[in-house]
Write a protein that binds this ligand. Structure first.
Ligand code: PBG
Length: 340
């Protein structure tokens, strides 16, 4: 019997409607009672841009509310994160252009910006907040790519040899979570082995396992100064956004190689991927609501096209899809007690 006829018969027999979905939506207490997902500050990771110099807090183009901080100004933003009980921050350096070269040499300087920031934060905050750092060469290369660039190609294995050194240097400086975002093949295993060999077996790895070649990274690339430098695109190493099964192969490989958590990136255009990963693997998934998403939402709010509640709505979409936590530039700005 078709549904139409079934309901029609119920109306006729006076039984309709015996099921009213609106009943549980009628009162606030009742809506809370049947709520399936919860978002708390425990679910958020705050990205922080750092810059050279002293007493700096520099706005970032197209990212109102987000700044680059010099190391001596970092406590203003980290104190804010601590107060909200945000468990972890992610550091992204913008280094002086003069320090960039084709090999990304500055990435291997134990006294580079990110290492100095790591030592500063660890000394001041001990283990009260986790610190995550990207492993990739793009903030350090003159060509803006994540790996070594030779004869118009990004070299995989040669890049990995540098990445393992970069990971080791960052871990030694105090990084709690190493996050390779370079998309080279085989780097998670190599990094894990290198860390273990150096008695850094407690350092975790979040693999940017599924990272698409995306238009949504624009404001970030401006923020770390790699946008104008970038030659070509990243399609030979970041994933094709037309693919979804391939994401599962990437995840399974990185789990085998020793990743503790996996990342899916960007965020909102890839909720289907997060759900697919969640259904197929039992590993914490981190969603990254990237810079272009932040800028778009922020801009729409500024122009009164949508209201501020939209932010929380987007963050819940990640929770529904199956993410354990979310990297978001909104982390320090939102008040979860106000909007829920
Ligand atoms: C660098 C890196 C990028 C982002 C995080 N790490 C940019 C890129 O791959 O070009 C993007 C983050 C964002 O847009 O917020 N490997």
């Amino acid at each position: 019997m078709s549904h139409h006829i079934y309901y029609l018969r119920m109306i006729i027999t006076g039984k309709y409607p015996n099921l009213r979905m609106r009943r549980s939506r009628m009162h606030d207490w009742s809506r809370r009672l049947v709520q399936e997902n919860n978002l708390s500050y425990n679910d958020l990771i705050l990205p922080i841009f750092i810059t050279e110099g002293k007493n700096k807090k520099i706005p970032i183009k197209n990212m109102p509310g987000v700044y680059r901080y010099s190391i001596n100004n970092l406590s203003s933003i980290i104190d804010k994160a601590l107060k909200k009980k945000i468990p972890m921050v992610a550091l992204f350096p913008q280094i002086n252009n003069k320090l960039k070269d084709q090999f990304g040499s500055e990435a291997l300087n134990e006294n580079n910006l990110v290492c100095k920031a790591l030592r500063y934060i660890k000394k001041k905050y001990k283990n009260k907040i986790g610190i995550m750092c990207d492993v990739a060469l793009d903030p350090y290369t003159s060509h803006g790519h994540d790996g070594l660039f030779k004869n118009k190609k990004i070299l995989n294995d040669e890049t990995n040899e540098i990445l393992i050194k970069q990971a080791l240097i960052q871990a030694k400086a105090g990084c709690d979570v190493i996050a390779p975002s370079d998309m080279m093949d085989g780097r998670v295993l190599k990094i894990r082995k290198e860390l273990d060999k150096n008695n850094l077996n407690d350092v975790q790895i979040i693999s940017y396992a599924v990272k698409y070649a995306s238009s949504f990274y624009g404001p970030f690339r401006d923020a770390v100064g790699s946008k104008s430098a970038l030659k070509g695109n990243k399609k030979t190493y970041q994933m094709n956004f037309k693919n979804s099964d391939e994401a599962l192969r990437e995840i399974s490989l990185d789990i085998k190689e020793g990743a503790d958590m996996v990342m899916v990136k960007p965020g909102m255009p890839y909720l289907d991927i997060i759900r697919n990963v969640k259904n197929n693997f039992k590993i914490p998934i981190i969603a990254y609501q990237v810079s272009g998403e932040y800028s778009s939402i922020k801009n729409a709010i500024k122009n009164k096209i949508i209201d501020e509640n939209s932010i929380i709505e987007t963050l819940y979409s990640f929770k529904r899809a199956g993410a354990s936590s979310i990297v978001t530039y909104f982390a320090d700005q939102i008040d979860l007690n106000l909007f829920n």
